[in-house]
Design a protein around this ligand. Structure first.
Ligand SMILES: C[S@@+](CC[C@H](N)C(=O)[O-])C[C@H]1O[C@@H](n2cnc3c(N)ncnc32)[C@H](O)[C@@H]1O
Length: 170
């Protein structure tokens, strides 16, 4: 009986991950060492920042950003990854993770920088989301894009597989 329940839980987890991969960016976590370099060499992340991770996966970006003193906010569609993140960041005070669709969320008012590690199909929509939020919050927002440069936009800076953009609120 217990084995039957475990089997169904595992089946549900596999099904959710497979559906996520079909509908949007699959779960592929960023690497801690690369994040540390990006938050040092590309964009100097500090306690003055609030970083939003669009599709926050297992929370690794939120954790590393928190270690730099930044406040963090993640949004993730996969409920298992949200639970994992909540557990992983249970000792971090200035962090929040929400289960939801990244195209439909409002950023916290003091957002300074957004981290994007999406899928080529989603990049334009993600940028449109950041632009809309920058207009609404009436301040510019930086974007750190991992692995993808943004269509028709010139990066402010490049470092390894990272690109830095400034999205104007005007
Ligand atoms: C490539 S992973 C990146 C995870 C994390 N940002 C990192 O760098 O380690 C992309 C994540 O986005 C999530 N995702 C895909 N589409 C989404 C959507 N529409 N709304 C919220 N999360 C989404 C996936 O479930 C996956 O965990």
């Amino acid at each position: 009986m217990a084995w039957e329940i475990i089997k169904w839980i595992l089946f549900a987890i596999v099904l959710i991950f497979a559906l996520m991969a079909l509908t949007g960016a699959p779960y592929v976590p960023s690497k801690v060492a690369e994040l540390k370099l990006a938050f040092t060499k590309l964009y100097k992340l500090s306690s003055k920042d609030l970083l939003v991770d669009l599709g926050s996966g297992d929370g690794v970006v939120l954790k590393v950003a928190g270690d730099f003193g930044a406040k963090t906010f993640g949004v993730e569609l996969n409920p298992f990854l949200v639970l994992l993140t909540k557990w992983r960041l249970r000792k971090y005070k200035n962090t929040k993770v929400k289960c939801g669709n990244l195209f439909k969320i409002d950023f916290p008012a003091d957002t300074t920088v957004v981290y994007i590690f999406g899928d080529g199909r989603d990049i334009q929509g993600m940028i449109d989301t950041v632009r809309k939020q920058a207009k609404k919050l009436k301040h510019d927002i930086y974007v750190i894009s991992h692995a993808f440069d943004l269509p028709n936009m010139k990066p402010e800076k490049k470092y390894r597989a990272y690109f830095l953009y400034k999205i104007s609120h005007k």
